[in-house]
Design a protein around this ligand. Structure first.
Ligand code: ATP
Length: 201
């Protein structure tokens, strides 16, 4: 069994940045956002079920899912949102589990932005939370996505709070500083995880 380290944090907290640093140590990364796209690729049972429910208007001309149309449809309809989550969440979980089974590095990193919100801590042996001050989080997200602060605040309000996430954490990286500090924190955690992973081999 491979040891699974879960990585989570709010929008713009630095999950992608941190995951890239673990990848430099050749740690296998499983990213829930990527898996969520894969389960609705053309030819999947996920996409077939969505087309059956919403009609082929939900597809782009190339046969792929029109994500912005789906996002809008779900935004306007809570029942549809529940239906979609009930369809896709088990598929996403199964695919993530299958990828964990294929991991070959001493431990693997499972990146799930909404881990605490969706109670998925049970999938991991250890949970690493990226914590960041709200001002820093908003400024970085604004700069990256070219959106205004109120847009970021709305997303923040729909996510778990910092205390909720921290209460679930085994390890915390504070990402208010520069990228060198972040690299140093990852280097320390990598050594700890390597030592812990021996118990799982
Ligand atoms: P999302 O949940 O929105 O996908 P995320 O948690 O993956 O976000 P990143 O994309 O890694 O966050 O980081 C958000 C932005 O902040 C990026 O533009 C990234 O380059 C920048 N960033 C992350 N950490 C630092 C840092 N320590 N110093 C400066 N910029 C940083």
């Amino acid at each position: 069994m491979t040891m699974v380290v879960g990585l989570t944090g709010g929008i713009g907290s630095g999950k992608t940045t941190v995951a890239e640093q673990f990848a430099r140590y050749s740690i296998d990364i499983i990213d829930a956002d990527i898996v969520a796209r894969e389960v609705v690729e053309p030819g999947t049972t996920g996409l077939k079920a969505i087309v059956e429910k919403l009609g082929s208007d939900i597809l782009l001309t190339d046969g792929t899912l029109d994500r912005s149309k789906l996002r809008q449809a779900v935004f306007d309809d809570n029942h549809l949102k529940e239906w979609l989550n009930a369809l896709l969440h088990p598929m996403i979980r199964e695919k993530m589990k299958a990828e964990i089974d294929l991991a070959t590095s001493p431990y693997c990193l499972l990146v799930i932005p909404l881990m605490v919100e969706n109670n998925l801590q049970t999938m991991v042996h250890r949970l690493l939370v990226i914590d960041v001050n709200e001002e820093v989080q908003i400024a970085r997200t604004q700069q990256r996505d070219q959106v205004d602060a109120s847009h970021v605040r709305k997303i923040l309000a729909a996510q778990a709070t910092r205390p909720e996430r921290l209460a679930a954490a085994d390890d915390v990286i504070s990402n208010n500083g520069d990228s060198t500090e972040l690299e140093d924190a990852v280097a320390v955690l990598h050594q700890q995880y390597l030592a812990m992973s021996l118990q799982y081999q």
